[in-house]
Design a protein around this ligand. Structure first.
Ligand SMILES: Cc1ncc(COP(=O)(O)O)c(C=O)c1O
Length: 392
């Protein structure tokens, strides 16, 4: 028989035969052994043996194997959140006094971890670049640059980096690379195949997909993941609980069909918004009008459901009325779940700075970030239709 495709391997977890169709949850904190010799042997290979659940647990390892397969990576390690995975992956590659290159629109807490925390604790410096042009990376490299951190598309304004070109450049200079691949998911983008060293995800988004799990994962070569297991994962202790891993296994079975549906809905909505006179601009890598559409088509095989658009008004009352009168788009910060969500970045910015300051950064009051869910797309469009009536 031919080697099973990844989709088949994700759905199946054991050989044909009697037994539960869904694996049980190994809900325990430790594992016992038959003898001195047996526990002694397990300690010889803590990376591949279940001894204590802070390290390994079969419910967690099973999902790690499936995610590694899906990403075409050698090994994966799950964490209790995307930030647990991201901070561990970064710490794995840097030391005191190093220099990091990161894209300027990277996820906010990642930005703070790099720019505030690592600077304060480890004297690490960061150069934030636009990243759309490979020259941005070339110009930013210093003698002590050890890491390039990507997020493509970025979850804030969806700009892309040319992953293959960055990987080639980094390798030629002995610099390590990490990419946050949460937006595209392993279904639509395979950065490890393009030469990136470590891929990270917030599994709280599409991989989880049901808005009931917070988790993260790092995928890469066995050597890197094993060291992360023994150091950052072990010392910082951000392990994923067996039940949450079991929920992720449930989610993985439908990941492909879910993201395909998110894509179909998102494309319909992006096209609708683009034609609407009350909308100034739509930012979505799946639109032909998107500035980096050609690169998006080159390095991704599809598009998910997070996008933003700008309302053609600067009247805060009108904008608030639109926002508050949507029915299906619930108000919330995360994304990638079954439910459609809306958030206005101005809510956060207005707390931190005067309106004029963030407008100077090119972000207007009317920018809306939406996560298009799995509802009927026509219902979502009808929801927008009625809410747009609040904009004069
Ligand atoms: C692009 C991106 N990366 C990472 C994270 C962090 O993931 P988590 O919330 O699971 O820690 C988020 C969360 O919103 C995100 O949007």
């Amino acid at each position: 028989m031919k080697k099973p495709s990844i989709e088949t391997e994700i759905v199946h977890y054991h050989e044909r035969g009697s037994g539960p169709v869904v694996p049980p949850i190994t809900q325990c904190s430790l594992f016992t052994f038959d003898s001195w010799e047996d526990i002694d042997k397990a300690f010889d290979d803590p990376i591949n043996n279940s001894i204590y659940t802070r390290g390994n647990n079969p419910s967690v390892s099973l999902v790690e194997e499936k995610i590694a397969l899906l990403c075409h990576g050698e090994k994966a390690k799950l964490f209790s959140s995307g930030m647990g995975a991201i901070s561990s992956a970064i710490l794995h590659y840097v030391k005191h006094g190093d220099h990091i290159i990161a894209i300027k629109n990277v996820y906010g807490p990642t930005n703070n971890f790099l720019n505030v925390y690592l600077k304060k604790k480890c004297d690490i410096t960061v150069t934030f670049i636009d990243g759309r042009d490979i020259k941005d990376f070339e110009d930013a490299i210093k003698e002590n640059t050890t890491l390039i951190y990507l997020e493509s598309p970025s979850s804030a304004i969806f700009t892309l980096q040319n992953i293959k070109k960055v990987a080639i450049l980094a390798k030629s200079k002995g610099i390590k690379t990490i990419i946050d691949n949460t937006w595209a998911t392993p279904i639509f983008q395979k950065p490890l195949e393009m030469g990136i060293d470590l891929e990270v995800h917030s599994c709280s988004k599409y991989i989880g997909g049901h808005s009931d799990v917070v988790a993260g994962v790092v995928i890469g070569k066995t050597e890197d993941i094993s060291q992360i297991f023994l150091e950052e994962h072990a010392f910082l202790g951000a392990k994923l609980a067996p039940f949450e891993a079991w929920l992720l296994l449930r989610s993985l079975r439908t990941l492909k069909i879910r993201v395909l549906q998110h894509q179909e809905n998102a494309l319909k909505i992006a096209n609708y918004l683009e034609k609407n006179s009350k909308v100034k601009k739509v930012s979505y890598p799946g639109l032909e009008s998107f500035e980096q559409y050609a690169l998006a088509k080159e390095q991704m095989t599809g598009f998910t459901g997070l996008m933003s658009f700008e309302i053609n008004s600067n009247n805060l009352d009108d904008i608030k009325n639109f926002f508050n009168n949507l029915h299906y788009f619930k108000i919330g910060v995360s994304w990638g779940g079954h439910e459609s969500l809306i958030y206005a970045p101005a809510i956060s910015y207005l707390k931190e700075m005067p309106k004029e300051q963030f407008e100077g950064m090119g972000i207007s009051l009317g920018v809306m970030r939406i996560s298009v869910g799995l509802e009927d797309a026509d219902d979502l469009i009808a929801d927008f239709e009625q809410a747009f009536n609040y904009i004069k």
